[in-house]
Design a protein around this ligand. Structure first.
Ligand code: GAR
Length: 206
């Protein structure tokens, strides 16, 4: 059997995307292993989810570091010590520095709750509602030096209804997040992702 793709997953909150990755691994549709979960929030529910499945967790509190760079250096140390192949940002609410990007070139993925390049940054769902779009959705992309600007791997759209609240729209988008994030990681595991500049192509079987 080929080696499993080794994941390091960074979280800050509920961890439902982490859960969908765990579930897909357990049912065999994602050929990967989660080596480490790192949370910058000691209260994150994702920590409980990881522990329930016997996955090692490290908490790095923002306040324990002099600055963002020191925090990112510690992240790199932990990820490298765990031989991580691919870094997964799953609701991780902290900016990644160029040092971390350099340590994992084209090996950091993020999921964003909007159809990028629309509504980057925080509260993507609220921004979409306030703008009045009829479709929104989610985007899995590689991380680059910008905020939610990296090459797009998969997107999925959902309808926005007149009576949607931020919560109902977020829930509809999350269902799609839970589907496309494990899918994008599996494409990576299978070596099917080709990046040319901004563009990502998913190689199909020959
Ligand atoms: C998800 O909706 C994710 O797309 C979003 O945070 C939520 C985390 O949920 N990420 C961002 O907004 C990043 N800018 P989860 O903790 O249940 O996976």
């Amino acid at each position: 059997m080929a080696d499993l793709l080794k994941l390091g997953i960074l979280i800050s909150g509920n961890g439902s995307n982490l859960q969908s990755i765990i579930d897909n691994i357990e049912k065999g549709s994602l050929k990967a292993i989660i080596k480490i979960v790192i949370s910058n929030n000691p209260e994150a529910y994702g920590i409980t989810r990881a522990k329930k499945h016997g996955i090692p967790v490290v908490v790095l509190k923002n306040g324990d570091f002099k600055n963002k760079e020191e925090f990112n250096l510690e992240l790199i140390r932990i990820l490298k010590n765990n031989y991580v192949d691919l870094v997964i940002l799953a609701g991780f609410m902290r900016i990644i520095t160029p040092t971390l990007l350099k340590a994992f070139p084209h090996k950091i993925m993020n999921i964003h709750p909007a159809l990028l390049p629309s509504f980057p940054g925080i509260h993507g769902q609220k921004q979409a509602l306030e703008y009045g779009v009829k479709l929104s959705g989610c985007t899995v992309h590689f991380v680059d030096e910008g905020v939610d600007t990296g090459p797009i791997i998969i997107q999925s759209a959902v309808q926005v209804f007149d009576d949607d609240t931020e919560e109902t729209l977020a829930a509809r988008i999350l269902e799609e997040e839970h589907r496309i994030y494990p899918q994008a990681i599996q494409f990576f595991a299978e070596g099917k992702i080709e990046i040319k500049g901004r563009k990502v192509r998913i190689k199909t079987e020959k």
